[in-house]
Design a protein around this ligand. Structure first.
Ligand code: AMP
Ligand code: ZN
Length: 113
């Protein structure tokens, strides 16, 4: 059993109401939403962060990018949305399993904090 919380979600060791799921990825609502819509998309494969992405992960990462806009459309984010990948300490990455935040349904400020 993994001690990574997102691996546990991907393996269904923690029950989660998935927004989207297939063999490679799962999308679920963030526990502490920062926007009216705030979901996370994770690969089921454990990569601690974007720093661990390798050539062999290209298909998986491309798959995530293609699914993100489908998920955004399903969630009704027709006026735009932001995708965030916090990586490492300076970006305040708190969960050490690669995840893509999708945020929407409010005006998001720029530059980010
Ligand atoms: P980051 O700062 O990019 O590492 O973001 C991690 C995100 O995961 C935060 O927005 C948390 O609210 C969220 N999070 C942590 N644990 C869970 C969980 N069990 N279910 C859903 N979201 C979670
Ligand atoms: Zn993991």
């Amino acid at each position: 059993m993994s001690d990574c919380i997102f691996c546990m979600i991907g393996d269904h060791e923690i029950p989660t109401k998935a927004v989207y799921e297939d063999e490679q990825i799962i999308c679920f609502h963030d526990l502490e939403p920062q926007a009216p819509v705030h979901v996370l998309v994770i690969p089921k494969k454990h990569l601690a962060s974007l720093d661990e992405a390798r050539e062999e992960d290209k298909e998986l990462l491309g798959h995530i990018m293609v699914k993100i806009h489908e998920i955004a459309a399903d969630l009704g984010l027709d006026n735009g949305y932001r995708v965030v990948i916090n990586t490492g300490e300076d970006a305040f990455q708190t969960v050490k399993h690669l995840h893509f935040h999708i945020l929407g349904k409010r005006k998001l400020t720029w530059p980010p904090g």
